[in-house]
Ligand binder design. Structure first.
Ligand SMILES: Cc1cc2nc3c(=O)[nH]c(=O)nc-3n(C[C@H](O)[C@H](O)[C@H](O)COP(=O)(O)O)c2cc1C
Length: 160
């Protein structure tokens, strides 16, 4: 079984969770590719928040095409109560998912269930199969055992 873990992270917390999910999948004999979304031009926090609030996308550095994975994992922050411009661009370029399973995790100071749902709707519109999703508080990342626990729980649900 193959998985692609796609994430966006500026200060490293979403990256930490993406890596914990990758390790967890690896222990379950899933072969994992990781893709870090990188905007071509970096913006500061204020411009980033404004772009997110105005539902702008950004140009991304090229990343490998999605293709033969059985599981797609998305991990990304909430900015201005919505998804980041990088994740918006990624979702708008997503090919048809052909029923494949998806894990969708959104991290913020607060658990933003509406952002999770917004992304889930987009994923379903692109032909996603079963989606396991979760809104996570970044304060949880201070405890690395808890990050491992979240990752394990998501993987168990996605692979059952
Ligand atoms: C520009 C900006 C806007 C943010 N807006 C929100 C927000 O509206 N709600 C929230 O709960 N967290 C918000 N956050 C907190 C981020 O979600 C949190 O810092 C992020 O998940 C950390 O991810 P990273 O370390 O992987 O970059 C914001 C952070 C930034 C930088």
């Amino acid at each position: 079984m193959k998985a692609t873990v796609v994430y966006f992270s500026v200060s490293g917390k979403n990256e930490k969770l993406a890596q914990a999910i990758s390790r967890e999948l690896d222990t379950r004999n899933v072969s994992v590719d990781s893709v870090k979304l990188t905007p071509k031009n970096s913006t500061g926090a204020v411009m980033g928040a404004l772009m997110a609030a105005f539902r702008r996308s950004v140009e991304l550095e090229p990343y490998p095409e999605l293709g033969d994975e059985d599981l797609l994992v998305l991990v990304g922050p909430v900015w201005a109560s919505t998804m980041t411009p990088a994740m918006r661009t990624f979702l708008s370029n997503l090919p048809n998912l052909g029923g494949r399973r998806v894990i969708n995790v959104v991290c913020g100071y607060h658990p933003h269930e509406r952002v999770v749902e917004r992304i889930n709707r987009e994923l379903r519109a692109r032909g996603a199969g079963p989606i396991v999703s979760r809104a996570v508080r970044v304060s949880a990342f201070e405890n690395s055992d808890y990050v491992t626990e979240i990752a394990a729980d998501l993987c168990t649900k996605a692979l059952e």
